[in-house]
Design a protein around this ligand. Structure first.
Ligand code: NCD
Length: 301
């Protein structure tokens, strides 16, 4: 397993998605007798619960701390490495969310069981990227040839970074990065896409491209990672600079979809929710099946 390394594990093959499809309906108890430990040092709803539900639906059990920053031995000064050494003694797999970019990598170095990065700092969130790709495939019938606009906080958000790494594995992908100038995507991602010959363009607004994309993938401003931006006019200005509402959705081409890793703020209006373009709740649902498939696959002989 290499989900804990700097790059997510680039082995996304169609058959893994077939496994997720199969698990949507079938019963499976492949994780019976195994324990998943969810160590979450940052808030989460979907990721932690979908991992736990995935483990339970596969017959396994879970140990979970939802606020490890305040309620684990971290409060007493314990380093994540020590916590992982301890937890890996009684766990079969550790799912880690942390506020430091390199926490999953450090955890993996000392863990004797697989570590899954469930989102670390502004670094990566590889299982979100897996479910994002699975969603594109389910909604649109394939991933090759997709033109996608990724919107919002591309500097501090981790989901888009992981998604780009995985999109780099596919053919004829075109990416528009739409963000305020202060929240541009990292150069490291652009260099990676360049190496993979993925065509991309950074733009300030959706205006001229909204009718040309297959997928809009929008994200919230990561205000918790930006000193002094918790609210106020600057925050609202940034948020509204790329807001998607029903009027914007009406300019999309037929069959195009809107995705969001959630949670949303004002960048995605509620009046989009009942439109056919709104794929984000299905995207969130897909997280369960993708995480079930991932757990099953990790322990396959
Ligand atoms: C994302 C995350 O934690 O990075 N949430 C999620 O896991 N679905 C996105 C976010 O918090 O903005």
């Amino acid at each position: 397993m290499n989900f804990h390394s700097k790059e997510p594990r680039h082995i996304i093959e169609a058959q893994q998605f077939d496994l997720a499809d199969a698990l949507r309906n079938g019963r499976d108890s492949c994780m019976a007798g195994k324990i998943l430990t969810a160590l979450f040092y940052e808030p989460s709803t979907r990721t932690r619960h979908s991992f736990e539900a995935a483990m339970m639906r596969l017959g396994g059990e879970k140990l979970s701390t939802e606020n490890a920053k305040d309620f684990s031995s971290a409060v007493k000064g314990e380093r994540v490495e020590d916590t992982i050494r301890i937890e890996s003694a009684w766990s079969d797999v550790i799912v880690l969310r942390h506020y430091e970019d390199d926490a999953a990598l450090r955890a993996a170095r000392v863990s004797c069981v697989p570590v899954i990065n469930a989102g670390c700092g502004k670094g990566q969130h590889p299982t979100q990227a897996l479910l994002d790709l699975y969603t594109i495939k389910r909604e649109r019938g394939g991933i090759d040839g997709t033109t996608i606009a990724v919107l919002g906080d591309l500097k501090y958000g981790r989901t888009v970074r992981s998604l780009c790494y995985l999109l780099g594995k596919f053919k004829s992908i075109r990416i528009f990065f739409v963000s305020p100038p202060s929240l541009r995507i990292g150069r490291d991602i652009l260099e990676y896409l360049g190496e993979k010959s993925i065509s991309y363009l950074e733009v300030d607004s959706l205006e001229h491209i909204i009718g040309r994309v297959d997928v809009i993938y929008t994200t919230r401003i990561q205000k918790e990672r930006m000193e002094g931006l918790a609210s106020g006019p600057e925050f609202l200005r940034l948020q509204h600079s790329y807001r998607i509402d029903a009027a914007a959705a009406s300019k999309m081409q037929h069959g195009a979809i809107i995705m969001h890793p959630l949670p949303r703020n004002d960048e995605l209006a509620f009046d989009v929710d009942d439109l056919p373009q709104a794929a984000y709740f299905r995207q969130s649902d897909n997280g369960l099946y993708v995480r079930m498939a991932l757990l099953k696959w990790m322990f396959m002989k």
